[in-house]
Write a protein that binds this ligand. Structure first.
Ligand code: PMP
Length: 400
């Protein structure tokens, strides 16, 4: 039986003892004990590599490595574990699609449609591949809620549009576009859809089959997992058409000076010794997460953000960029610089992010140079909202 108990959930996160009031989970989530233990146990008692040696430690490591892949498959309801490619993170996963899927297929005159709210990770790889192929990156503008405007999407999709790059959830506003509709419209046009799931997977893991998404990328570290691990999900037919991107050990079946024969998917995209401890740790994290009612947990985190929104809204000059029902609260206080406020909050033990959040085009569209962003996770508590509010009042009084 899945359940969510905020106190028990919180106890899983030892870093909270040091981190104090941690409101920066959208940058990276804190790590549960399960992860710390699984990673430590691998290094202390195993330490062997995967998919190479026949001895029992290596076999055990390989089994756990592959069972983590299966846990990811379950999380996003992929049809097969072979559709799950380990990468370093969302960034590498999107670059893999850009270089291995898009680059050989794009030519001058083709278009890549990218939503204006994308994190740089889902923009720069497309600008790079456009430079390499002569294709053009076209902006999918935002509507009044700062969400990709799907009515404009219909008009912008033409015979030239080969790829649509869109995020599941904005890391600034927390807004989520109607992905299913965006994918349906793109597919009607024969356009492949690449979804940046870095934030979305944390708040509502997708059903990739139901969404019919072509590629979905995410990072383990925002989902309570380790840094340096990410996932690319792809449709089997598309992954099978892609040539390997990086060459090296274990991505081939035979090699000579005349050439090599690539392994099958997904191993052909996983050259070199992987982050074994990270993958095993992520597998343990997902097993723990599977015991939690993540719908309830998300509901709780959003209610904290709502509480913070209501409290902060009483401060003169408060401007919110928060999408409805989001656990992120991006805001500014008119007349004060976001980074000055963040520094003074940090001095009072409140960790929040300030700046452009790697989404400069979105901030340009909003018309601000930066924002503060408090991001709430299920390990936060109402006390964190009070601390944020009190520290903000104090920071503003010091800056006045
Ligand atoms: N996309 C979004 C929406 C993000 O929030 C982030 C992380 N800030 C990324 C992509 C990049 O993730 P990573 O750095 O783990 O590759």
């Amino acid at each position: 039986m899945k359940s969510f108990d905020p106190t028990a959930f919180r106890h899983q996160f030892p870093a909270l003892h040091q981190a104090g009031c941690y409101l920066d989970s959208a940058a990276t989530a804190l790590k549960p004990l399960t992860l710390v233990q699984a990673t430590g146990e691998y290094y202390a008692h195993n330490g062997a590599t995967v998919h190479r040696s026949a001895h029992s430690a290596a076999q055990n490591a390989t089994d756990r490595f592959e069972s983590a892949r299966e846990s990811v498959r379950e999380l996003i309801n992929a049809a097969s574990h072979q559709q799950i490619v380990w990468t370093k993170g969302t960034t590498e996963a999107i670059n893999l699609v850009a270089q291995s899927y898009a680059r050989p297929r794009l030519k001058a005159g083709d278009e890549i449609l990218v939503s204006e709210s994308e994190h740089h990770s889902n923009l720069i790889p497309w600008l790079m591949v456009a430079q390499q192929t002569g294709a053009t990156v076209i902006k999918l503008p935002l509507d009044q809620r700062y969400l990709p405007d799907l009515t404009q999407l219909e008009q912008l999709l033409t015979g030239k549009t080969k790829i649509l790059a869109i995020g599941h959830m904005s890391n600034v506003t927390g807004g989520c576009p109607d992905l299913k509709l965006a994918i349906e419209l793109a597919h009607k046009n024969g356009t492949i859809v690449v979804v940046d799931g870095a934030q979305g997977v944390v708040h509502s893991p997708p059903d990739v089959q139901q969404l019919d998404v072509d590629f979905y990328a995410f990072s383990a570290h925002k989902l309570y997992g380790p840094t340096g691990i990410g996932v690319l999900y792809g449709k089997s037919t598309l992954l099978a058409e892609m040539a390997p991107w990086q060459g090296g050990g274990k991505m081939l079946t035979q090699a000579s000076f005349d050439g090599f024969e690539a392994q099958s998917v997904p191993e052909c995209f996983e050259a070199g010794t992987p982050n074994i401890a990270g993958v095993i740790g992520f597998g343990a994290t997902l097993s723990w997460l599977n015991t939690q009612d993540i719908v309830q947990a998300e509901h709780y985190a959003c209610s904290l953000a709502q509480l913070a929104y209501e409290k902060l809204a009483t401060i003169p000059g408060f401007i919110s960029y928060r999408a409805q029902n989001s656990s992120l609260l991006a805001f500014n206080i008119a007349g004060f610089h976001h980074s000055d406020i963040a520094t003074l909050l940090s001095e009072q033990g409140v960790a929040i992010r300030s700046g452009q959040h790697c989404a400069q085009p979105l901030l340009d569209a909003i018309g601000v140079s930066g924002t503060l962003r408090a991001s709430f996770a299920p390990y936060n508590q109402p006390d964190d909202v009070d601390k944020l509010y009190q520290s903000l009042i104090r920071a503003l009084s010091l800056l006045e």
